[in-house]
Design a protein around this ligand. Structure first.
Ligand code: SAH
Length: 357
């Protein structure tokens, strides 16, 4: 067992088995051993769209500008990014916003929501050349509720903690992490879960079927929707996920670009799960906003004009033309990230459909 596994085992000895959500939180955010708490996993374990091509962040920035225009350019807009990673998406977005709508930056403010001190330092460094009003906070909270909200979240919801329930002969039992034979192991709670936790659409699950849900994702989406509905603005959520939930489990560990065992080296791999876009859309409606999509990342970026943007970049950097084309293909091609990743947008009921949807 590594040091974090030993600490988790001690916690289990005192408090009993952990839910998958508690386990994921420790693996990702433990200040000493967590994948995000202690180091930067981006690039080492996995690569994200903004790290592949600058066009991704630029188009996200222009999406914000278009939505802001469509709503009559409200005063004092606030641009929030959830989980900004290395700050690359925000840097590319700010460059595009500064060129297309400098007034947005003069009048608005930027807030980055980031828990990891390591990544926060990288973001500060990356964004130090921008004159915009930029600040940081650890979580989305009420201080972000008093202005029009334009929110970006790429590969953020996939790393929010989720709970798992497995259909058994005695009902739906929660999947837990416990200790067996001196190692971390999965176990099912002996008591069946309260049936009201399980949506009626899951009633037909076969024995062994898994229901996953992320209370943190649903609560956060509803909160964002409330602000967007009350203040105006919009949210763009891009992630890998599904809009027709199955009965399989999607929690996965990735280390050095390869699948790894979820339990064996906690903190040394990135843990994530597929995003249930239908559930997020329902949470958005519950918060009083409209939800658009999800649509494939490839279609979304193509509609926003990634083709012409790539042409411009290639013309300006002829030596890198084939690398630029390959990077854009990776984002758009349905055999690569184009279909696996999807985009969901939230907008006020009174606003026109957001760009790309
Ligand atoms: N959006 C970036 C990074 C994706 S990785 C990109 O596309 O490259 C996930 C990011 O979310 C990291 O910055 C991580 O530190 C942050 N993060 C994960 N869980 C978080 C939480 N609960 N609150 C705030 N930030 C979180």
């Amino acid at each position: 067992m590594n040091a974090l596994a030993e600490r988790i085992a001690k916690l289990i000895a005192v408090e009993g088995p952990l839910s998958i959500a508690q386990f994921v939180t420790l693996c990702l955010h433990d200040p000493a051993g967590g994948a995000y708490g202690a180091r930067d996993p981006i690039g080492r374990d996995f690569v994200t769209a903004p790290e592949i091509s600058q066009a991704f962040g630029e188009l996200c920035g222009l999406w914000v500008v278009q939505a802001w225009h469509d709503q009559g350019r409200p005063d004092r807009p606030r641009l929030v990014e959830l989980g900004p990673g290395r700050g690359t998406l925000m840097a590319d977005a700010l460059r595009a916003i500064g060129a297309a709508a400098p007034q947005f930056l003069d009048d608005g403010e930027i807030v980055l929501v980031e828990t990891s001190p390591v990544l926060r330092a990288m973001q500060k460094e990356k964004l130090k050349t921008f004159a915009a009003d930029i600040s940081w906070c650890e979580r989305f909270n009420d201080s972000l509720a008093d202005r029009p909200l334009f929110l970006l979240a790429n590969e953020f919801f996939d790393c929010l903690p989720l709970r798992q329930f497995v259909k058994t002969e005695r009902g739906w039992c929660e999947r837990m992490v416990t200790v067996a034979d001196s190692a971390l192991a999965f176990a099912l709670s002996p008591m069946a879960a309260n049936p009201t936790l399980i949506p009626p659409t899951r009633a037909e699950a076969p024995i062994g079927g898994v229901f996953e849900f992320s209370p943190a994702s649903l609560a956060l989406t509803e909160e964002i929707a409330r602000v967007v509905a009350a203040q105006g603005g919009g949210a763009l959520i891009v992630d890998y996920g599904y809009d027709a939930p199955g009965f399989g489990e999607t929690l996965q560990a990735v280390a050095s670009h390869k699948f790894a065992d979820v339990l064996s080296e906690p903190g040394s791999s990135d843990l994530s799960a597929h995003v249930d876009f239908l559930a997020l859309a329902q949470a958005a409606l519950a918060g009083g906003a409209l939800a658009y999509g999800p649509i494939g990342q490839g279609d979304f970026l193509t509609d926003l004009g990634i083709g012409p943007r790539a042409d411009r970049l290639m013309a300006a950097n002829p030596k890198e033309a084939s690398a630029i084309a390959a990077a854009v293909d990776r984002l758009v091609n349905p055999k690569q990230m184009g279909a696996l990743f999807e985009a969901l947008a939230l907008a006020p009921k009174t606003a026109p459909p957001p760009p790309g949807f």
